[in-house]
Write a protein that binds this ligand. Structure first.
Ligand code: GAR
Length: 195
């Protein structure tokens, strides 16, 4: 069983897709803990599924580095094979990225390298893009610059709002993330080769 720890900041719909996939006894991965940088709504999925949760509040530390030390220490207690940033809206300090690499993934609501950063859906709409997408990457020290593991295009439709487009992207993103986890667990994706 591949041991996953998922980090979130928001509603955790991608996390939920992993929890639902794990209900199948044949699925070769399990979420062993869920972490957040704040009191995120998505932590409720953990309660529902009986998965332990932890919060390392960003605001409680003087520096990003100190926050990162505590986050890493909490993560390590769960001995994860892979840590997934799933709507986790904080940049990790380089020391944390280095400690977890290459088993650190991020899901992103755009077709990277297009529209990196925290407002990918808004940026795609503002640019007048006719299509955007969803991507799963290995995290490196840049902002959404790591090696692409999987990605899919999503069309922008007339009248799309940020929320509507993001909802359609998330539907695709969930499938991508579950498939990537499956491929890593089955050995079809080797994270060491990618990074
Ligand atoms: C997802 O679309 C994820 O790709 C995005 O936040 C959303 C979280 O949704 N992440 C980023 O934009 C990171 N740059 P969720 O909380 O419902 O899973």
């Amino acid at each position: 069983m591949l041991r996953l720890v998922v980090l979130i900041s928001g509603g955790g719909s991608n996390l939920r897709a992993l929890l639902e996939a794990s209900e199948d006894a044949e699925f070769p991965a399990r979420v062993v803990a869920i972490g957040a940088d704040r009191d995120a709504d998505g932590l409720a999925h953990g309660e529902e599924y009986g998965i332990p949760t932890f919060v390392v509040p960003f605001g409680a530390f003087e520096t990003r580095e100190e926050w990162g030390v505590e986050l890493l220490s909490q993560l390590r207690q769960w001995e994860p094979d892979v840590v997934i940033l799933s709507g986790f809206m904080r940049l990790l300090p380089p020391a944390v990225v280095a400690a977890l690499a290459p088993g650190l993934l991020n899901t992103h609501p755009a077709y990277l390298p297009e529209f990196p950063g925290a407002h990918a859906v808004r940026d795609a709409l503002a640019a007048g893009a006719t299509e955007t997408g969803a991507t799963v990457i290995v995290v490196d020290d840049g902002v959404d610059t790591g090696p692409v593991i999987a990605q899919t295009r999503v069309p922008v439709l007339p009248g799309d709002t940020e929320a509507r487009l993001h909802d359609r992207i998330k539907l695709v993103e969930r499938g991508l993330l579950v498939q990537v986890v499956l491929d890593i667990a089955n050995g079809h994706i080797d994270l060491k080769e990618l990074s």
